[in-house]
Design a protein around this ligand. Structure first.
Ligand code: TXA
Ligand code: MG
Length: 343
């Protein structure tokens, strides 16, 4: 298997050996995964895990995902793993699917699970991530390597922008690829429930296991989400972001009104529509014909707006099937759920 071979080779890379040593010494190190960069620490040691929360400014009631490279590592930290979870691992691991299962004993620090009886586990599909887990010999607790609330990092430069001086190191392997985080799937409910849409789509899950539910809080803002992390404001650029449901000329009208009031206005669009707008800053985020490209550039585009002087950003919206569900979930959170509809 190709990834295995690459991982074997990578084990000897000096950057990976060095990062593994730091992790064994209970330091925090950022590393690439196929979704976003993670900020890793030894999941067994509370002292190490605390450093993650400190570096990110993350609320301590928000549990972390444990990253593993082998199935045996799962059985050391989880119990009562249902058959459906094994079926999913067979199909989607390594890959952007995080499974919530029952936690076993105290092999993993309580800080990782924020005191919950469950644990979130995933096997990332990035050769560098797998090599690092293997070389360190540790399960790695790793949230996205951004300051809490900021867009997740899809390049080493994003990590440095947020965490320079606060972490022991970073393994740079270029851009991540998928660009949005893993799908979080609760396997402790009768029917598995999506707590966070992500890299593996609902449609893909359904093709393998049939029925899948979606946490009500994802569709109804008044409900408290079951995944603690989903209740926080997230991914937000510094200027207010407003989603616009309607035709480009309607979005343009909103831009014109703001500019008439002396505001500097940004537009978040796609390659296809980039030339339809007249605004102070127009940024295209992938192509509408393939929403994977939008997912892959979304966080970088949100960060690019922070480098401009726009007072307000208007964004197009996307269909919510396939990877579009994750894209729209992140966009809505970045916009604090502000949406304007064309009448
Ligand atoms: O793609 C990803 O998943 C990235 C890369 C680095 O692997 N990681 C990531 O981690 O996105 P983080 O910490 O930013 O998001 C973890 C999410 C949060 O929404 C958290 O609340 C949820 O997983 N979570 C973790 N443990 C949980 C548990 N036991 N029950 C419910 N939700 C849990
Ligand atoms: Mg995050």
């Amino acid at each position: 298997w190709v990834v295995d071979k690459v991982v074997d080779k990578m084990n000897d890379y000096p950057q990976i050996s060095q990062a593994a040593k730091l992790l064994q010494a209970n330091e925090v190190v950022a590393f690439p995964t196929e979704t976003v960069y993670g900020l890793g620490a030894n999941a067994k040691e509370t002292e190490a895990v605390k450093k993650i929360f400190f570096a990110k400014g993350r609320p301590s009631d928000n549990p972390l995902i444990v990253h593993i490279a082998h199935r045996d590592q799962l059985e050391e930290i989880a119990s009562d793993i249902p058959d459906v979870a094994y079926t999913l691992m067979e199909h989607f691991w390594p890959g952007p699917l995080t499974l919530i299962v029952k936690k076993k004993g105290d092999a993993i620090s309580d800080k990782v699970t924020a005191g919950l009886p469950t644990i979130a586990v995933r096997m990332p599909a990035h050769p560098v991530a797998l090599a690092l887990i293997e070389k360190s010999g540790l399960p790695l607790a790793a949230p996205s390597a951004n300051v809490s609330g900021r867009p997740s990092p899809t390049s080493a430069a994003h990590v440095l922008d947020d965490l320079k001086g606060r972490i022991a190191g970073i393994v740079d392997a270029g851009e991540t690829g998928i660009g949005v985080e893993s799908t979080v799937l609760d396997c402790t409910t009768k029917v598995p429930t999506i707590l966070r849409p992500g890299g593996v789509t609902k449609e893909e899950l359904e093709r393998v296991i049939g029925c899948v539910e979606v946490d009500h809080a994802l569709t109804d803002e008044r409900q408290t989400p079951k995944s603690p992390g989903m209740k926080y404001t997230h991914y937000a650029p510094k200027s207010p972001l407003i989603l616009v449901e309607g035709q480009p000329f309607f979005l343009q009208k909103l831009v014109d009104e703001q500019r008439a009031n002396g505001k500097t206005v940004g537009v978040l669009t796609t390659e296809e529509r980039q030339y339809m707008y007249e605004a102070d800053v127009v940024l295209a985020c992938g192509s509408r014909s393939d929403l994977h490209t939008v997912a892959s550039h979304l966080y970088d585009t949100l960060r690019q707006f922070d480098e401009t002087d726009v007072d307000i950003i208007y964004s197009e919206v996307f269909p919510t099937n396939g990877i579009g569900a994750a894209v729209m979930n992140r966009l809505k959170k970045a916009a604090g759920h502000q949406v304007i509809h064309e009448k």
